[in-house]
Design a protein around this ligand. Structure first.
Ligand SMILES: [Zn+2]
Length: 411
């Protein structure tokens, strides 16, 4: 099967390239935010929906206007791609997969994208539009033989590292069929398979989290000191219009936080890929719950009318969910299963996978979240909570594949 696959590499820009990229990031961000504002205003003021072509048509005008003439300094494709990303963000919003698009900040990761008419790729050398030299890329793994990138995205992380992601077409061969089938219980700390395997995120994530918090505390202390030096109350928010002098110390502290977060992201990504590849390779059928992670994480705070219960407890739970990276795990299993000729099946999230005894089908109503083990009052089987759930998920998945519609997700 021919699939589009992204390959990501670190690279080291020359000073000139770094400056040119900084301009491209800035322009891409500005255009994205401008487009978002245009679309929002058009809708609220005139009930009008603007799309990519409406906004892209105005790029020329912007580049000729004295105030925004600097947009001409970067590749036009970079600006067009920023508008396409905005289009995609709106499409996700309309499909209810994401919230309303938000403005991009100059803090955080910066990125911009190029289509094939805005870069050259020859003999493994990638040169971007408006740049003279190819990027100094560390090819940590080879691109597939003869692959030609169809688009390229460049990112500068908060920690100051540069990455380039190349989208290429690759021919993926299905894996030999296997008879093993599995159900996965995606619980807050780990993945538990009905086959008994357990996958937990690396312990180093915890250490990194502690380090990050230490840096964040140091940062807050430095900000408080800077406020004090200006004669302001260190605990009050900064009055509007006031700017704190950014010391080198503070800048360095910010960098350190950025680096730790990057390391966390890398460790997590690595673990997620290894885990999902293993699961897909070893199983022909993979059953998972249709867990609505966004709903689960949003519900802790509750609303003004219905304040959430156990906010503290759930806050810890949310951190853990975000640590395992639920949504990403599901996404990877889905696409890798497709690549390698495996079947995935989704179980309705309201199916009582935890409370049902996988041996006799009895529903154990008294089960609490804190019960890690329980004994079935009907057949006497002693259960590990997650393993039992995983077995139920597999059974439900197999029933769906045999045509039991009642267990399918209700949309
Ligand atoms: Zn039982």
């Amino acid at each position: 099967m021919i699939v589009k696959r992204a390959y990501r590499y670190r690279f080291y820009p020359t000073e000139e390239q770094a400056e040119q990229l900084a301009r491209s990031f800035g322009c891409a961000r500005w255009i994205y935010n401008w487009g978002l504002q245009q679309r929002t205003e058009a809708f609220y003021k005139h009930g009008q929906r603007l799309y990519y072509k409406d906004l892209a048509g105005q790029l020329k005008v912007l580049k000729q206007a004295p105030d925004t003439a600097w947009l001409a300094e970067v590749s036009n494709v970079v600006l067009q791609q920023a508008l396409r990303h905005l289009d995609a963000a709106f499409a996700r919003f309309f499909k209810k997969e994401a919230g309303y698009p938000t403005f991009k900040s100059r803090r955080g990761d910066q990125s911009c994208s190029y289509m094939s008419n805005a870069f050259t790729f020859r003999d493994g050398r990638l040169t971007l539009a408006k740049q003279r030299e190819p990027l100094d890329i560390r090819w940590s793994r080879p691109l597939p033989e003869g692959a030609v990138p169809s688009s390229v995205t460049v990112t500068r992380t908060t920690g100051g590292k540069y990455y380039v992601s190349l989208l290429v077409e690759a021919d993926v061969q299905p894996l030999p069929a296997t008879t093993q089938e599995t159900g996965i219980d995606l619980n807050v700390k780990e993945l538990v398979l009905s086959t008994g395997q357990r996958f937990q995120p690396p312990k180093s994530l915890k250490r990194l989290e502690q380090r990050k918090r230490r840096y964040q505390r140091a940062c807050r202390r430095k900000v408080a000191a800077a406020k004090k030096a200006l004669g302001l109350d260190p605990n009050a928010p900064l009055p509007k219009g006031t700017r704190l002098p950014i010391s080198n110390n503070l800048r360095q502290a910010h960098r350190q936080i950025g680096r730790v977060m990057e390391r966390q992201a890398n460790v997590r990504r690595d673990w997620q890929h290894k885990t999902t590849t293993t699961i897909v390779r070893e199983n022909q059928v993979i059953a998972m719950e249709d867990l609505y992670v966004q709903g689960m994480t949003a519900s802790a705070k509750g609303t003004a009318e219905q304040p959430g219960k156990n906010v503290r407890q759930k806050a810890g739970l949310n951190r853990a969910i975000l640590d395992v990276g639920f949504g990403e795990i599901r996404r990877q299993i889905d696409y890798k299963a497709q690549w390698y000729g495996r079947t995935t099946v989704q179980i309705d999230r309201w199916y009582p996978s935890s409370r049902r005894c996988s041996s006799c089908g009895h529903i154990h109503r008294a089960l609490r979240l804190s019960d890690r083990h329980w004994t079935c009052s009907s057949c006497g089987t002693r259960h590990d909570r997650d393993l039992n759930a995983a077995r139920n998920i597999l059974a439900a998945g197999q029933a769906i594949l045999q045509g039991a519609d009642a267990l399918r997700i209700h949309e």
